[in-house]
Design a protein around this ligand. Structure first.
Ligand code: SF4
Ligand code: FE2
Length: 632
């Protein structure tokens, strides 16, 4: 069989080759045009924080410049850059969370945005000590939203959601001064500390990065997840399909791409509008086929079963099918390359967020105050564009896979109830999962998350790692583009049990789950934090004691750096498949991959080979089992 060059995913490989043959530029061409990456940048050895520079430090220890003009060493420059990446990622996820909190604040009974999950709202209100007796549910929602919005700038105190962690973890944070304060303050402090002539101690800068990263996972991201569930409904298992083969030749294909569900939820509603469906008939199409890309796709797949068109590296290929009437984007992970590319096809590239305007795109601002109307206008544009499709250019690959998605923590508990003996145990807890882990039927759990990166063959890192883990009875939870890679590879179908080890396969059969659980978008890694916290509390240990590991095999963004850092800071060893730009400093490498363990009980590991990474993760799980005295 011919070797796959771009991707292990057949649809991607087929389209990427076709694009290459036809001279259509994709990310792989631009990667090639970069030639060898800048050696200074790759090791993190350049600084352009001030205009005395840019300065670059020689990678050879005793030759060339060893300090920037201000005297900053390689250690300082690299730690500063890393801290800024963490701040960038935290700002991005948290601003998403803030937007969703604003949406909850504007929700009303007769508005476009309503409360869907009252129970979740009331639970959160109780957690935050908001009065609920004899109050209108919308008044409660508005007060809860206001409290969340204050989490971004409160002058005193630490983040409310940190209280969800087990006591042992909270003391680790307390002891090491990592308990995070207001979200915006932590980000601003990093920007201040990393200004020219401020902090110049690598260890302290990484410490600040750790504290700020918690403002992502236990702050903005968790607000994003909780409030999205309250507004749009808690995800429950539902069937969908994944890969570019979900596009339909005779329908109006609309792809939602980006991150925030406030837009995509309205697109789902608009796509069912009778007047617009009438228009679809008039233009000679058989229907509206809404599908998604990246995290926005995960959001609507988890809540409505909307099909998954693909992950990050497939966004250009979707346009290249010639069958997409509109690609509607909001924020994050949107390639500006879509603007010139869509000009070669009939596809309308529509930006909607004031935070992400892109030259060459059509900007149709999504106004949350009249959300459904905005969404309908966008859908109308797409429908009217159907007539411009050039049948000669249409090429939709066949590949698509069935997948079950939607495993929120609450949904996992519900599945686990299937094996609870109601005479002995009460349902609605993670106890059956804890029991499976302690008895050794399942050896442990792994969170496999993150992006695509052309430094790795597309989806190879995710899929190979996950297959190896489930084969060895490690249950996998996943989010983001990693989750979509798994869905496309069939790892989220019930049949995937065949790929699992004996113990895990049995559990999957009894509980009726696939061995790889789709837990949502990247902000939904906060669900994984809640899951491990509850598990740790059940077993009366710290998160760092659990036989649980994390991995980002194909990471690429600042958001991923923030995630990796908060996962480690929460006590979970994390494997990276792509080397971060820190190798120019032995000190920084030593802190991240060694000393971090003495502070937070976990560290980073870097292993580009997913098979080797899986073995290391399994060994770590077994070590933890032994320390806990769990069944061999
Ligand atoms: Fe150079 Fe220091 Fe300015 Fe960075 S902050 S560019 S190392 S002088
Ligand atoms: Fe994402």
């Amino acid at each position: 069989m011919e070797e796959k060059i771009y991707s292990i995913d057949p649809a991607t490989e087929e389209l990427a080759r076709k694009a290459a043959n036809e001279g259509i530029e994709t990310l792989w061409d631009r990667k090639k045009a970069m030639k060898t990456p800048c050696g200074f940048g790759e090791q993190g050895l350049c600084c352009r924080i001030c205009a005395m520079g840019p300065c670059r430090i020689s990678p050879t220890k005793d030759k060339g410049a060893q300090k920037g003009i201000c005297g900053a060493t390689a250690d300082v420059i690299i730690a500063r850059n890393l801290a800024r990446m963490i701040a960038g990622g935290t700002a991005t996820h948290s601003d998403h969370g803030r937007d969703i909190a604003h949406v909850l604040h504007m929700a009303k009974r007769d508005g476009n945005y309503k409360i869907t999950d009252e129970k979740k709202l009331l639970n959160l209100a109780k957690e935050w000590e908001v009065e609920i007796e004899n109050r209108d549910i919308y008044d409660i929602a508005h007060e809860v939203a206001e409290i969340a919005l204050k989490e971004f700038g409160k002058p005193f105190g630490t983040l409310r959601f940190l209280e969800r962690a087990p006591e042992q973890r909270k003391s680790v944070w307390e002891k090491n001064d990592i308990r995070t304060g207001a979200i915006d303050k932590e980000i601003a402090t990093i920007m201040h500390s990393t200004h020219i002539g401020c902090a110049a101690d690598a260890k302290d800068l990484i410490h600040k990065g750790m504290r700020t990263s918690l403002a992502d996972g236990w702050g903005g991201s968790m607000i994003g997840t909780e409030f999205s569930d309250i507004l749009f409904g808690m995800p429950v298992p539902r069937e969908t399909e994944a890969n570019l083969g979900v596009l339909e030749e005779d329908q109006v294909n609309i792809i939602v791409h980006g991150h925030e569900p406030s837009l995509s939820e309205m697109m789902v509603l608009a796509a069912e509008d009778p007047e617009l469906l009438q228009l679809v008939e008039e233009v000679g199409a058989k229907g509206i086929n809404l599908s998604g890309m990246c995290c926005t796709s995960n959001e609507v797949a988890m809540r409505h079963g909307v099909k998954i068109a693909g992950n990050l590296n497939q966004q250009e290929l979707a346009v290249f099918t010639g069958a997409v009437e509109a690609i509607i984007v909001d924020v994050q992970c949107i390639f500006p390359a879509l603007a010139p590319l869509t000009k070669c096809y009939h596809t309308k590239f529509i930006t909607t967020s004031p935070k992400a305007k892109i030259t060459g795109a059509t900007h149709m601002e999504f106004e949350e105050g009249k959300a459904l109307q905005s969404a309908k206008e966008i859908v109308r544009e797409a429908i009217l564009n159907f007539k411009n499709r050039d049948a000669k250019k249409v090429f939709i690959p066949k590949a698509k896979s069935p997948a079950v998605v939607g495993y929120s923590v609450e949904a996992i508990k519900k599945q686990l109830d299937k094996v609870v003996n109601s005479q002995i145990d009460e349902g609605g807890t993670l106890k059956p999962l804890a029991d499976c882990i302690t008895s050794g039927v399942i050896r442990g759990a792994a969170g496999v998350v993150g992006c695509n990166n052309p430094k790795v063959k597309h989806d190879y890192g995710h899929v190979e790692l996950m297959k190896e883990l489930i084969k060895n009875d490690v249950i996998v939870v996943t989010t983001g583009c990693a989750a979509q890679a798994a869905a496309k590879a069939g790892l989220m179908s019930k049949e995937a049990r065949k790929l699992a080890g004996k113990g895990l396969a049995k559990v999957c059969e009894l509980v009726d789950i696939p061995p790889v659980l789709h837990m949502g978008s990247c902000v939904d890694i906060s669900r994984i934090l809640v899951l491990v916290s509850e598990l740790a509390k059940l077993l009366k240990v710290d998160i760092s004691d659990l036989p649980v590991v994390g991995a980002a095999p194909e990471w690429m963004s600042e958001k991923a750096i923030a995630i990796g850092t908060y996962v480690v800071t929460s006590g979970i060893d994390t494997w990276l498949g792509v080397v971060p730009p820190v190798t120019g400093s032995d000190l920084v490498v030593d802190i991240l991959t060694n000393k971090a363990k003495d502070i937070v009980g976990a560290k980073f590991h870097v292993e580009p080979d997913p098979h080797k990474a899986a073995q290391q993760m399994i060994e770590r799980i077994e070590e933890k089992r032994e320390t806990l005295g769990l069944a061999a």
